[in-house]
Design a protein around this ligand. Structure first.
Ligand code: AHZ
Length: 325
């Protein structure tokens, strides 16, 4: 660099103090403290619309047939998505989340407290994600639940085979006959914008859309040449949207009843949720993880300890990966 160029840089760079120039992403563009002539590159409003909508509709088109549909983007659903996408980049993985913001309850550790507790060995998943924590011996503490959620979310969103449709609710399941005695298998999900789903009492004419599972022929029968897709439901415990598939599946499967989540017992609840997560026996192609498992199987609630959310997601993902192996 010439002496003149160095001098110019020195006088034009933002100064934190006389010795230390301020560095930030735009330091090389905005060289003076005067931003009065700052400009963005020009754009037409329609270009912005097209850039968004083209991609959204391309995604809708691509994911209209999916190998894995995850219902709910809470801690269990995101953990499962991470394991599935990391191991099988060739599978089309779709996550449908009713809320605008993905993450479910995992933005806080419990009540309105920030720290997130995970009992060992769930910390191994944090190690894989490179989420730092305080090691307290039997358990670890992430300083803010949002650090776990934003990290797993950012990693999952970067997988090219993963698409999150948020602000979209699963309203029903697509089912197909699977045996001579009324057996059914799930073959997709019925979706709608969440606001539409919430407004069905006002406007009943707003028909939904569907995402179909891969591996079916035009007549709806299984294509023996292909592995059929699966649904993983992680919609949390009962609520306006929660426990969605658990409630729907016991309507479909007359041999089962919703057991309902039992009172809080951390020691029993976490292991039980993990053990009961995975495939649902009587209706094909459906898997469960997270707190929805406690509604379905009658496990205790565990309260503000999140190891079982990560580990049940991992266990369900492992079963799904075995199905596709
Ligand atoms: O918005 C819901 C949330 O983000 C979403 N969801 C529910 N129904 C849906 C539907 N269509 C689309 N029909 C739907 N999305 O599912 C997500 C569930 O996330 P969550 O954090 O509630 O569930 P989780 O099982 O992953 O984690 C539970 C965390 C809890 S609750 C709890 C206790 O109450 O004791 N303890 C823990 C660790």
């Amino acid at each position: 660099m010439s002496a003149t160029a160095t001098q110019t840089q020195e006088v034009t760079q933002l100064q934190l103090n006389a010795q230390q120039p301020i560095r930030h992403a735009l330091s090389d563009v905005v060289k003076t403290e005067d931003w009065s002539d700052f400009q963005f590159t020009p754009i037409r409003e329609s270009t912005v619309s097209r850039a968004m909508t083209r991609r959204y509709f391309q995604d809708l088109d691509k994911h209209a047939v999916s190998d894995v549909v995850i219902i709910g983007a809470g801690s269990s659903g995101l953990s499962a998505a991470y394991v599935i996408c990391k191991n099988r980049p060739d599978l089309t993985v779709t996550c449908v989340e009713a809320n605008v913001s993905p993450g479910g309850g995992a933005w806080l550790g419990g009540q309105l407290f920030s720290a997130m507790i995970m009992r060992k060995p769930a910390h191994l998943f944090l190690d894989e994600l490179e989420v730092p924590y305080d090691d307290e011996g039997d358990y670890v503490v992430v300083k803010h639940a949002a650090l776990f959620t934003s990290t797993v979310l950012s990693k999952v969103l970067q997988f090219p085979n993963f698409k999150l449709f948020n602000a979209t609710a699963v309203e029903d399941l697509v089912t197909r006959p699977a045996g001579p005695n009324g057996e059914v298998t799930v073959a997709g999900v019925v979706t709608n914008w969440t606001l539409v789903t919430m407004a069905h009492d006002l406007q009943s004419c707003m028909d939904p859309n569907v995402i179909e599972l891969a591996g079916y022929k035009n007549d709806g029968t299984r294509d023996a040449e292909k592995k059929h897709g699966v649904i993983l439901s992680t919609t949390g415990h009962d609520g306006p949207f929660g426990a969605f598939s658990a409630k729907r599946i016991v309507d479909i499967d007359s041999t089962n009843k919703l057991k309902g989540m039992k009172g809080l017992d951390m020691n029993h609840a976490e292991a039980d949720v993990v053990k009961n997560s995975g495939s649902y026996n009587n209706v094909g192609s459906v898997y469960f993880a997270g707190m929805e498992v406690s509604e379905l199987s009658g496990c205790n609630r565990m309260g503000p300890t999140f190891g079982a959310m990560a580990v049940s997601g991992i266990k369900a993902a492992e079963e799904i990966l075995r199905h596709f192996a």
